[in-house]
Ligand binder design. Structure first.
Ligand code: ATP
Ligand code: MG
Length: 145
């Protein structure tokens, strides 16, 4: 397990970018665990930057999922980053009603899930987990994977 302490949002962004390079392959599902404001979206922006995403990456809190087109630097092929945020989902029924499982049949995609706890019932074994914690000072975050 890697345990990394960052001292700024920029550092967490870079950790996300490096994580993508070292760990993410097409069709992976990445689960980002941790409290509000702990850096999950900043880390996602870092992942997106590795895949050369030009769109603005924001938390999809109100619309459940965002999609960004990028390029996989390994083969120069197009890849779609599908970014979920299940913070406002209360029951697994609600995941069914958004057709959550069908997303994972999509090819050439990478799935990033903030607040993935409710999704574990369906895809738990496939989730690559990244955990975020607050550190000792205001701008410190601990990232574990
Ligand atoms: N070391 C750090 N790493 C990441 N973010 C930091 C750090 N220090 C301060 N911040 C700030 O903390 C906030 C992290 O916000 P972010 O949206 O990434 O959190 P989140 O985990 O996605 O929260 P939410 O569950 O609400 O979606 C940003 O405002 C960022 O500037
Ligand atoms: Mg977020």
């Amino acid at each position: 397990m890697q345990i990394i302490i960052t001292k700024s949002a920029d550092e967490t962004h870079l950790v996300g970018k490096n994580y993508a390079k070292e760990n993410i392959r097409t069709n992976n599902i990445i689960g980002l665990y941790g409290p509000l404001g702990s850096g999950k979206t900043v880390f996602t922006k870092g992942i997106a930057s590795y895949f050369n995403v030009k769109d603005i990456v924001n938390s999809p809190t109100f619309i459940i999922s965002n999609e960004y087109k990028g390029i996989d630097p390994i083969n120069n092929k197009e890849v779609t980053i599908i970014h979920f945020d299940f913070y406002r989902i209360n029951k697994t029924d609600e995941l069914y009603s958004i057709g959550f499982q069908e997303y994972f049949n999509r090819k050439n995609s990478i799935f990033i899930i903030e607040w993935p706890e409710l999704a574990e019932e369906f895809i738990g074994k496939k989730i690559k987990k990244v955990e975020f914690l607050y550190g000792k000072t205001k701008n410190q975050r601990i990232i574990k994977y």
